[in-house]
Unconditional design. Structure first.
Length: 287
């Protein structure tokens, strides 16, 4: 795979506002009981924040794997199984369909019971469990909040001493959610993970140009999903990235004035096709 990639930029991107986000999460973390850590099923490894454990002080975590409907389930299941083997509570979800939300609620209620069992032993009264949602950009955090909130939710009144500027929403009689999810950026130390994030999430604009993203997508499809690549663009042979992109450009009528091939337009088509799921169900991480 690596060999197929030509002229690839070394991604070394860590936005300045990350320090601020981390500080905000540190402020919030003592107010919450559990974390919904959101990852993308099409890249369950690349979209997971490596150093999250320190940040969330080992709070119990439910790993919510979004966009399960868009992923290569065989491949993704193996990775999610590995997380489970490492002690994670994992729930794959299709947030567009929304029926998986009940699983998240049920699992959270179990954790709430455990929390109150501990409180009881300390002589404390039972209370709702408080949840913070965390994840990389574009992973589905807002969609998840909207699904959880649904129509029934009500704003939670100020809790003395804890809320000040934070808004809590009651999403169930026993569950309260911090209304603004935390956005995290991975460190992008691993170049393959960085490229996966660039082509499957929304952070690409800042770190890679369209040509590089499109070329990476084609190289990844060549190695992992050659048949999907052939089918989508009706290609006979797929030996060389330049030839493939040129062929896609021709087939999609990407021509400039004077008949020149508009390769930039082809790049955009490839990127959009992947993003919108037109190429098929894919997972770009491998165990
Ligand atoms: N097919 C599918 N699409 C999803 C799913 N979850 C989220 N999406 C889509 O993914 C895109 C990003 O979702 P958001 O909820 O805006 O993601 P976010 O994490 O809040 O993004 P930022 O606020 O930019 O950090 C939207 O177009 C959603 O419709 C899912 O389970 N399946
Ligand atoms: Mg959002």
């Amino acid at each position: 795979m690596e060999n197929n990639r030509q002229n690839s930029t070394n991604i070394n991107w860590y936005p300045g506002h990350m320090a601020k986000t981390k500080r905000e999460i540190k402020e919030k973390i003592d107010l919450i009981d559990i974390v919904f850590e959101v990852i993308d099923s099409r890249m369950p490894i690349s979209s997971k924040i490596v150093d999250i454990k320190n940040l969330i002080k080992n709070k119990p975590t439910i790993l919510i794997s979004t966009k399960y409907d868009m992923c290569d389930q065989n491949k993704t299941n193996k990775i999610l199984k590995e997380y489970q083997n490492n002690g994670y509570d994992v729930i794959p979800v299709d947030l567009i369909n929304g029926k998986d939300i009940t699983k998240i609620i049920n699992r959270t209620v179990v954790l709430q019971k455990e929390l109150n069992e501990k409180r009881k032993q300390k002589g404390l009264k039972p209370r709702s469990i408080r949840v913070l949602i965390l994840g990389v950009p574009n992973v589905g955090k807002s969609t998840l909040v909207n699904r959880l909130v649904g129509k029934k939710a009500t704003k939670v009144g100020n809790m003395p001493g804890v809320t000040k500027n934070l808004g809590w929403i009651r999403i169930h009689k026993d569950i309260e959610l911090l209304d603004s999810p935390g956005i995290l950026w991975p460190k992008l130390e691993n170049q393959e993970h960085a490229h996966n994030l660039a082509c499957l999430s929304s952070i690409k604009e800042e770190i890679l140009n369209n040509e590089e993203i499109a070329r990476y997508i084609v190289s990844k499809l060549m190695s992992d999903y050659p048949n999907l690549l052939k089918q989508r663009y009706n290609l006979e042979k797929i030996n060389n990235i330049d030839e493939i992109i040129e062929e896609i450009a021709k087939k999609r009528g990407c021509v400039q004035k004077g008949g020149l091939i508009d390769i930039e337009k082809a790049h955009l088509i490839i990127i959009r096709d992947l993003k919108e799921g037109h190429i098929g169900a894919v997972t770009f991480d491998n165990l």
